[in-house]
Write a protein that binds this ligand. Structure first.
Ligand code: FES
Length: 182
């Protein structure tokens, strides 16, 4: 299989002076997280400067999750879930839209650029789309530069693992279906 390498991914790999943003990706278990998995098994290359946090549904992603990520040093936060009509919990992604709007309002009030926060729908089959979104968002955040909230000691806590690549973790230890809120 021919590997797909985006121009932005090539540039990031060949330029030692380029700013590598630290991005937190909240991904729902049933679509977006699986989409990332599809990108991986399909060997679709993408920029590696993100850490993925799995939640059971995008409706679980409360504003506090996003603020915590910025507080802990993220330069950008991507919220992702199933396309409308595909949510495992029926209306979870509709709730995610409401939560995201509230989050964006506060983000702007805090003086954080809108471009540091993004909402995307990615299905389990869309490995290519996952890679595109990651590459686009990484470039977008890179252009904005480091977050003014990214304190050095906080950044260390979300540092990418040795050897590059993303690191996955679960947001909830209980991981109950849908979490709260819908
Ligand atoms: S399960 Fe994916 S958005 Fe609800």
């Amino acid at each position: 299989m021919t590997q797909q390498v985006s121009p932005s991914a090539k540039n990031a790999a060949t330029s030692p002076t380029v700013f590598d943003p630290r991005i937190v990706v909240f991904a729902c278990n049933w679509c977006s997280y699986a989409g990332a998995d599809t990108a991986g098994v399909s060997r679709i290359q993408h920029q590696p400067h993100f850490r993925m946090i799995r939640v059971m549904c995008s409706g679980r992603i409360q504003p506090a999750f996003v603020f915590r990520a910025f507080e802990k040093g993220a330069d950008g936060v991507l919220v992702s879930g199933c396309h409308f009509g595909d949510c495992h919990y029926i209306f979870g992604n509709e709730r995610a839209v409401e939560q995201f709007a509230k989050t964006m309002n506060v983000v702007k009030l805090l003086g954080i650029e809108e471009g540091r926060l993004r909402l995307e729908w990615i299905s389990a089959a869309e490995g290519g789309r996952f890679a595109e979104v990651i590459n686009e968002f990484t470039d977008q955040v890179r252009a904005l530069g480091p977050s003014p909230f990214a304190a050095e000691d906080a950044i260390a806590e979300i540092e990418a693992p040795e050897g590059g690549g993303c690191q996955h973790s679960d947001a909830d230890s209980d991981s109950d279906a849908g979490g709260g809120g819908h």
